[in-house]
Structures are given as C-alpha cells and as structure tokens.
Design a protein around this ligand. Structure first.
Ligand code: BGC
Length: 744
C-alpha cells in the first residue's frame, strides 16, 4: 500500500514535469487566408499514460469508458485522473444539467453568451467569424470548467425539413469544411476538445435512432464526409461523436467501417469517440469497432453497455485487457492534451463578457440575408416617418432556449422589438401587435405520438382579436414590419418538420396587413427554408434573419437602419416546393427501416442546377445595399498538373453608394467529364470589404486536387484531365465571369 502511494507520487511528479516542459501551443497558424490548422495530438505523454494504466484496476478502467453523470465520464481520483467534463455548445455553453437527470442543476452562475446558430455562421460565409465563434465559446467552456465541447455539428443539410437544419451549417461539403475547421481550431486553442458530431450520415431526425442509411461510396466521400475528414486531418479535432443512426447495417457507435477503417486508419484520428446520448447498442462490438466512451440518458450508470456488462465480458474472456487499455490510453491522451491532468497554465476562460457579446454581434452582423429590396425601401429612410407598426410574435420571441435539445441560459437576448426600441430615434413611435399566436395542436396524445414523426403541429389559424390589433397597428402607422418565420419550439431536434408551410397562419396575416398598409417589410426569423412563394409575391422587401444570438435584435435594427450593410448569403437552396428538393423529388425521405439517398451526389444546388429546376432563392444568394461588379478574371496559367495550385484573380468593384462586403464565389464545371458530375460545384470563396467606388483585386487559390471526384471503381480520388470552366459570381446563379483552364 505504502509502496504503491510512493509510486503514484513519483508518477504525478513526472507528469507535472512533462506538463511544465510542454510548450505553449502555437497560436493559430494561418497558412493562407481562410486556411486554419489545428495542433496535432502529440505523443509526449505516452510514458506517463502507460505508467498510469499500469496502476489501474479493471473496474477503474471501465469506469472511464462510460458516463458517470449526464455530462461526464468517470475518472480515477486516487491517481489524479479527473472526470472528463462535457457540455453542449451549438448556441453557446448549455446551462449546467443535473448529474442524474435532464433537469437543470439550478446554478446561478451558468448564464452564458447566446451565439448565433450554425446556420447563421454559415450565412456569413466568413471562416474568420467561424473561428471567432469557436474561440469565444471555447473560452466560455473553460470558464465553466469543461474539457469537451459537444460542437460543431457538421452534418449536411439533405432535406430542408430537417429539424436540426439551424444547428448545421450547409448543404455544400466545401463550405461545410471551410467553416468547420476554423471553428474547431478556435475551440481547441482554449484547452478544450471539440467534439465533431454526428458522425456520420445523420441527416434526418425521423427514426434517427433506428434508420439504416444507405448511399453509394462516391456520395459518402464527396458529400457527407469531407467536413469530418478536414476536421480530423486539418483541424485535429480531439473527439468525435458517433451518431444515433445505422450506416450500411451497423449502428454508428459500433461501425467498424466508419470508426476504425475510415476515421482511424484512413484519417489517422488519435482522439476519442464518444457516443451520442443513448446511441450505444452493444458491449464488445461497440468497443472493438471503435467507440471509446458511452454517454446516455438517465438510468443507473452501471447498467450502461460499457459498464458492468463490460466487466462481465472481460471476466468471460470475451474482450482482452489490451483492447480495453487501447481505449483508456486514448482518453488519457486527450485529457493530457487539454491539460486536464495536472496541466499547468490551462486556459481559465471567461463567461458572458462584453467581448463575447460583441463576438456574437459580429457574427450575426454578417449573417442577415437581404432577399428582396425591389423598391430600395431599405435601409429605412426615416424622413417623415412618425410611426412604425411592429407585428408578429417573432418580434418578441426568444430562442436561446426552446424545443428539444441544447440551448443557452442567458441574461441577454435582445429581441427584434427591443432592438428597434434601442435603435430608433425617440420621435418614431412603435405600435406593436403580436399578430399571430404560437399555438400547437392541443391534443396531448396526438402531440406526443406525432413528435418523432413530424414535430410539433402548429395551429394554422389566426386569432380574431390578434388579427384586428395587427390591422389597427398597420393602419395607424406610416409603415409596418412583420416578424414572421419559426422559432426553436417549431424547428427542433428529434423531429423533422412536416412541410415548408409558414406556421400559425402567418401568410394570411401578412396578406391582411399588406392590404391595409402596402408599405410593409417582411422579416423572416428561422433556421431552415420555408415556402415563401406567396410572401415573395406580396412584398417588395424581404429579409432573412436567424436564431441570431444575444445581440440578434440589435443587429436586425442596425440592418434595417443601414448601420450594417447586409452581407449574408444563403448556405442552402430555398426551394419553391418541397417536391423540388432532391431527397423529396426522388421520394427517398424519410424512408422507414432504411433510407436510401437516391439523389446520390446531387444534394442541394447540385440537384437544382443539374436538373434545371428554378429555386425560389439559390444557394449563395443575398443582396447588399450596394452593388458589385466582377471583371478581369484571370488565372496564372492555362494548363495545370495535378499538384498545382490554380491562382484565380479578378477585380471586384463596388459600384454603389455605400461600402459593403461581398462574397465572391468560385464554381467549377467539368463539361467533358466521362462520369456523372453536378453542373457546377463550389470550390472557393472569399468575403471582401470594398469601399464605395473602390475596387479590390481578389485572388482565390484552388488546389487542382479539389477538382477530383471519387471513383468507385478504383476506390480513390481521381482527377480527370481536360477542360474545366471556372466561374466567379456572387451566388450560385448570379453575375458570372467565366474562364477555362486545362488539366493535364
Ligand atoms: C444530441 C447531441 C447532444 C446530446 C447531449 C443528443 O440528443 O443528438 O447533439 O450533444 O444529446 O445533449
């Protein structure tokens, strides 16, 4: 006993020395603009880890492989190994949850910054802002003493109906990876592990716990894996969350192909795989096939698959100690990397500071998408405006919390109404009317039964009194702004929406208000596409905002008043009808026991462009208060080989009266391809600020390797020689300049 404790003291001292020796991580290495690189997992702690493992009992080891509370997995106190503490993070740091149930722990010091949801980050098309988010939220995770942030969520938006669309970035794999990487680098610079989720092919909520996802290998490689791969190979994410669903017959938390072969063998992942909550279905199989930590929903923690059942399996000789040690080693390693074990100078972090609210503001400021400004109503000219009717439940609705899943408890969420009150001059009177009521089907039983199938069912009927109030407000005001869309009770984890229809009879409300005051602006607040065909016809001015964080209301007011010139671009296609969307056009959503992604690689705009279907608003679309002109498109050469970088340069001129930011988007077509290809694919983009009347020369660097397609015959990426057309525009359908190059 005594010898043992001397031994432990020596090991702790050795670990301490190693930690002191460990150099401060380099700050982010920006190899070129928008290229971020994370710090790789080092092997410097291997000896210390082996020593610790040699002192652990089998029970102690297995205690580290499963939850010991709702958001932590076990440690070994006597050896100085702490619990691994996790926290949700899609909108910011989730409030503290009780150890044994989903109930909030009731702390009074866990108020956090509410950041714009991922859809909003994606709409900025600005990787630097994605880094800002990761870095800022990483600070907050540390201030709350956490080791792992369950973020970012980087599943591809396959259907516009997806309940978690607002939580994910985009339908496009290139934009996805360019945003995921800086986000992760930002988090991990704060001695916190990023946990990328949900690995992989978790693109629907309907039957997510059972559905078997099937798709061809090319689609997997080209569409669904690139962001995960970049997260591992470029950002060096320290952890990965296995998804709920099955892939090709096996649950993703026991999927040898995905966890061992692709993640570890191909991509060289050295971190830990954590299960989604209650996504584990086996003991030996899941461990052997790559899972490291089992998390779950409330039940006695020793009943987990990787708890007593694993001890039992070990005793029966069904699993070796060496196999168990492999997983312990990974967990210890990531704990060392983020200085959770005996770490000196670990980032302390800070929570809900003014600087973080400013980060939240800055992200939101570049996310708002101006969809229509036909009469140049915006920015608002307040001359002669004495009153504005502000209409709609969404003018006051808060979205930091709500629905099923993780939100943020915050002291600051500026609503759109408050934003206008803060920003409008005092002599402009605001006439607020709620307009529509957020109501759901009353039948509780129906509601419960429907929830996992198609989410909360909205009552699509206006309340007569509310309508009357709205009409009165609109009649008695010089102009009106309607805040419509959805909210986080309607768009929510665990269910997909039933259709694209605007809920709560909003369309009718908009129509009635327009009838009495045609000078009406419509502002959508939502995280996923809606059917706006009718609304688009009725109004000349349409804006899209998101679940936009603590400062969302101030940002919206600043956009309306022109303090912010909008520069957001849609990160997904807004279809006219749901039947136009690929998963629906091919009748392959939501499936039943299995879902086959019949549209293959033609996800999002790839489908609309290739099949010549007109969307309501295309991918990458968004207007500004100024106009930009692209000209002088050049490449540095005409012919390239596969190891080259293509330098594409062009002039971007701001031809309007105000300064603004524009997103130059590079799309590539391969018209002579021998294999099926989408009409065009995003292969580069750059957001630039240009003063009124000024021009900027912009260069986008495109590695020829990005032009490859995945060959199922050869099982590898291939680049076809021949002609490629490079197109620069400001949306997937707008304003193109073209140039052709050759690949040898
Ligand atoms: C979600 C995860 C989340 C976990 C813990 C699951 O239902 O799918 O994204 O991190 O719960 O809250």
């Amino acid at each position: 006993m005594k010898i043992n404790s001397i031994y432990i003291t020596i090991i702790i001292l050795v670990i301490g020395l190693i930690s002191c020796k460990k150099e401060q991580k380099p700050t982010i290495e920006k190899i070129a603009t928008n290229v971020y690189q994370g710090t790789a997992i080092s092997s410097e702690f291997d000896d210390a880890i082996d020593s610790l493992i040699s002192l652990m009992t089998i029970e102690e080891k297995i205690g580290m492989l499963h939850a010991n509370s709702m958001f932590s997995s076990g440690g070994v106190e006597r050896l100085g190994i702490p619990e691994l503490k996790m926290v949700d993070g899609p909108l910011g740091i989730r409030e503290e949850i009780s150890r044994n149930s989903w109930a909030p722990a009731g702390w009074d010091n866990d108020y956090a910054t509410y950041y714009p949801a991922a859809g909003s980050v994606a709409a900025t098309w600005n990787p630097d802002l994605s880094y800002t988010f990761g870095n800022s939220v990483g600070q907050e995770a540390r201030a709350r003493g956490k080791d792992m942030l369950l973020s970012p969520a980087i599943n591809i938006i396959r259907t516009p109906l997806g309940g978690r669309t607002y939580e994910y970035f985009t339908e496009d794999p290139f934009l996805n990876k360019k945003l995921a990487v800086p986000f992760i680098v930002g988090i991990q610079e704060n001695d916190v592990m990023a946990c990328i989720k949900h690995f992989a092919a978790n693109n629907q909520e309907t039957n997510r716990g059972t559905v078997d996802v099937l798709m061809d290998e090319r689609t997997l490689r080209e569409i669904y894996l690139p962001a995960f791969e970049a997260a591992i190979t470029q950002a060096n994410a320290y952890s990965v969350m296995g998804a709920y669903n099955k892939f090709r017959g096996d649950y993703l938390c026991e999927n040898d192909l995905m966890l061992n072969k692709i993640l570890r063998n191909e991509w060289g992942f050295k971190g830990v795989v954590v299960s989604d909550w209650a996504a584990v279905h086996s003991t030996v199989k899941s461990l052997e096939n790559g899972l490291d930590i089992e998390m779950g929903t409330p039940k006695s923690f020793n009943e987990y698959f990787l708890a007593d059942k694993l001890i039992e399996a070990f005793k029966l000789g069904e699993i070796s100690e060496a196999e168990i040690d492999k997983h312990i080693k990974r967990i210890l390693n990531v704990l060392f990397q983020v200085k959770a074990i005996n770490g000196k100078n670990r980032v302390q972090g800070s929570l809900a500071t003014e600087a973080h609210y400013q980060d939240s503001y800055n992200i939101a400021a570049e996310s708002v998408v101006l969809l229509k400004n036909e009469k140049n109503t915006l920015p608002l000219n307040l001359e002669g405006v004495k009153s504005i009717a502000v209409i709609g439940n969404n003018a006051t609705k808060k979205n930091a919390l709500g629905g099923f899943g993780a939100g943020v408890k915050t002291k600051r969420e500026v609503t759109p109404l408050e934003g206008l009150q803060n920003r409008l001059p005092e002599n402009v009177k605001i006439n607020y009317a709620e307009g529509y009521l957020e109501r759901y089907s009353k039948n509780e039983n129906d509601q419960k039964a429907e929830v996992t199938l198609h989410g909360p069912l909205p009552v699509n009927k206006l309340d007569a009194t509310k309508l009357e109030e709205a009409i009165e407000a609109a009649k008695n005001s010089d102009m009106a702004i309607i805040f419509a869309g959805s909210n986080r009770d309607y768009e929510t984890e665990a269910s997909d929406r039933m259709n694209l229809k605007l809920p709560f009879a909003q369309e009718e409300l908009i129509k009635k208000v327009m009838e009495v005051n045609p000078n009406t602006i419509v502002v959508m607040i939502a995280g996923a596409p809606f059917d706006l065909q009718e609304v688009e016809k009725m109004t000349s001015t349409l804006i899209w905002s998101w679940f936009n964080g603590s400062e969302g209301g101030n940002v919206l007011a600043d956009v309306l008043l022109g303090t912010i010139n909008p520069s957001g671009k849609l990160p997904w296609t807004m279809p006219k009808n749901i039947e136009d969307s690929p998963a629906h056009a091919t009748n392959s959503f939501p499936g039943d026991e299995t879902v086959t992604y019949k549209e293959g690689i033609l996800v999002g705009y790839r489908w609309f462009d290739t099949k010549n279907i007109e969307p309501l608003y295309p991918f990458g679309y968004g207007l500004s208060y100024t106009n930009f002109e692209i000209s002088d498109l050049k490449t540095n050469k005409e012919t390239y080989n596969i190891n080259n970088l293509i330098e594409i340069s062009f002039k971007m001129k701001n031809i309007g009266n105000v300064a603004g930011k524009e997103v130059a988007q590079l799309y590539v077509s391969n018209p002579d391809s021998k294999v099926e290809r989408a009409t065009q694919e995003l292969k580069g983009f750059k957001k630039v600020f240009v003063k009124s009347g000024a021009s900027e020369i912009i260069t986008i660097t495109l590695p020829v390797k990005e032009l490859a397609y995945y060959s199922e015959i050869k099982n590898k990426w291939l680049i076809e020689p021949g002609k490629y057309v490079l197109k620069i525009g400001n949306s997937s359908r707008g304003n193109f300049e073209e140039i052709s190059i050759n690949i040898q």
